[in-house]
Design a protein around this ligand. Structure first.
Ligand code: SF4
Length: 551
């Protein structure tokens, strides 16, 4: 057991959160401990994001802070993992020579070995007259884009993903939710996006591994699983073509096809399509009360998936389907592979199959050459689709992307800002209306825990009480808290249990509906990780307020 203490901070998307959770599990099994006090840590790991400029700037600032600690003589191994490590490679080390370890998302299985080497190397280095260690040795994973060769090789990353399935010490977090990756990488190459370069080619995990992981999570107390993929609905596993290494089926490179299909064109008995995978998990792991998935790509979204969503009650009526622009010209420049008309057709199909669906979207404003007409087309789309919420971003060129190199960023900053504000105002009105439509309804809410307001009133800083990784909370020393067995795991709370719980001190709780609406209500914290009925009495654009039914 190493006894070394690690501080781990995660930036960016759910994919990064899951990577952090898996990496933490792997390191914990090797004897490392996790703490919340960065400055007291032996090892500081930043799991980075390069998709948004803001997240990247935060990482640079954090690296500056820990770099100064090292310069003052503090022994500390600094590791940068995730997309920034993959994208910047050696230039990151030149800018931040205090960094000891870099490891891209495709090489995370090597992280324990790299950290161990870095600790040993550091411990053996002499100090200068100021007490700082001499020489910096930086280690890094292979930062090359993974290729088709992967399909014929043993995939160590699969073992990292699969590790929760055979970890006897795995414990669910108190929230009752967990992420399960089903695909890695992306083949779409949108011109503004760095992901295909940092996370590599699209690779699909074997369905048996995914189902097994869901079963394991359910046994550990998880009642909500979110399947993750950059283009999650593009999942497809062809059994006749699978590669087996030492008895273990390996992930499989995604077959590319042009979109517009209302049904998976390669569906056959030999293929586990995305629709079949959803159905399998729903049928084989009934203890998972809620099954959701992000992020969907509008093209290639078949009726077969919508049929499964309609027919399987534990599949959440929620879709996050980024559109990015309502202008065909801009969509073309972004290389999105669909027109606004095709997106509208897709949304119409969704609403036909799932009239009560909640939709979320992403939009980029101010993409190069965007005219007022292009922008108005986007504003029209926003009004027509009626997302319950939409992530609206001002375009900023990201190094490593096609747009950064080839498309001049020619929309002035003030124009981007005005368009961004206009879209935010439209979306705020829609979100408010969608929220108000819920008043008077009784919705089932998965309780995530005490609300931010409750925690603030108690004087808890975020992260002070629990280190949250990938939707699972762990105590500061890294051990899981609030572990519940599968016997506790019924979706709805029994009346006697509810009565006992209500006798406890009530605080403001926060949770989510199956349509991903945020709900605040008063109740005992022992309801955390359970699904309870809440009658909605009030609403703001992004939050519903209500009372626990039966309280
Ligand atoms: S679909 Fe486009 S935006 Fe999404 S990860 Fe792939 S390249 Fe990036």
């Amino acid at each position: 057991m190493t006894g070394k203490q690690i501080y781990l901070e995660t930036f960016g998307c759910q994919m990064n959160e899951l990577d952090s959770e898996l990496v933490a599990g792997q390191l914990r099994a090797l004897g490392y401990q996790f703490i919340n006090d960065r400055d007291a840590a032996d090892i500081v790991i930043y799991n980075t994001c390069s998709v948004r400029e803001q997240a990247e700037n935060k990482v640079w600032s954090r690296l500056g802070e820990v770099g100064r600690l090292k310069k003052r003589g503090q022994d500390m191994v600094i590791a940068v993992i995730g997309c920034l490590a993959e994208r910047d490679g050696t230039s990151l080390m030149q800018r931040m020579p205090q960094v000891d370890v870099m490891c891209g998302p495709g090489e995370l299985d090597k992280l324990p070995h790299l950290l161990e080497n870095a600790v040993k190397t550091q411990d053996g280095r002499p100090r200068d007259e100021d007490g700082a260690r001499l020489e910096v040795v930086a280690l890094q994973g292979d930062t090359s884009r993974r290729t088709a060769v992967l399909a014929a090789a043993e995939d160590k990353l699969e073992m990292l993903d699969f590790s929760r399935s055979f970890d006897p010490d795995f414990r669910a977090g108190t929230s009752g939710s967990a992420y399960v990756r089903i695909t890695r990488g992306c083949n779409k190459f949108c011109t503004y996006c760095v992901v295909p370069f940092t996370r590599g080619a699209e690779v699909h995990r074997p369905p048996d591994h995914i189902v097994e992981e869901c079963k394991r999570l359910a046994d550990a107390g998880v009642i909500e699983v979110t399947l993750l993929g950059q283009t999650v609905n593009h999942y497809r596993y062809e059994h006749g073509a699978q590669v087996v290494v030492q008895g273990i089926a390996q992930p499989q490179k995604g077959r590319s096809y042009k979109g517009g299909h209302a049904r998976d064109p390669f569906s056959s008995e030999q293929t586990t399509t995305f629709a079949r995978l959803l159905h399998r998990i729903h049928e084989e792991v009934p203890a998972i009360q809620r099954l959701r998935f992000v992020t969907s790509y509008p093209r290639d979204f078949g009726d077969d998936v919508l049929e499964v969503m309609r027919d399987c009650p534990r599949l959440c009526r929620y879709l996050h389907v980024p559109v990015q622009s309502g202008s065909d010209r801009i969509l073309g420049k972004m290389n999105r592979g669909y027109t606004a008309g095709e997106y509208y057709e897709f949304i119409d199909r969704v609403k036909q199959y799932l009239p009560d669906v909640m939709l979320a979207g992403d939009i980029i404003v101010g993409f190069p050459t965007e005219t007022e007409d292009d922008f108005q087309a986007t504003a029209d789309l926003l009004r027509r689709v009626r997302y319950k919420n939409c992530f609206i971003f001002k375009y900023s060129p990201r190094p490593g992307t096609v747009a950064f190199d080839k498309i001049p960023d020619d929309v002035p900053t003030d124009v981007k800002r005005r368009r961004n504000n206009d879209l935010l105002a439209i979306q705020a009105e829609i979100s408010d209306a969608v929220s108000r439509e819920q008043i008077g309804k009784t919705l089932h809410v998965l309780v995530e825990g005490a609300s931010k307001k409750t925690r603030k009133n108690r004087g808890e800083a975020p992260g002070q009480v629990a280190l949250t990784i990938g939707g699972a909370s762990t105590s500061p020393d890294g051990e899981g808290t609030g572990f519940r067995t599968s016997r506790d795991r019924e979706g709805a709370v029994s009346p006697s249990r509810q009565a006992n719980a209500i006798a406890e001190l009530e605080v403001q709780l926060s949770g989510r509906t199956d349509g991903d609406l945020i709900v605040m209500f008063d109740g005992p914290e022992s309801l955390q990780g359970q699904i309870v009925p809440v009658k909605i009495s009030d609403a703001s654009p992004l939050t519903l307020f209500g009372e626990l039914v039966g309280a």
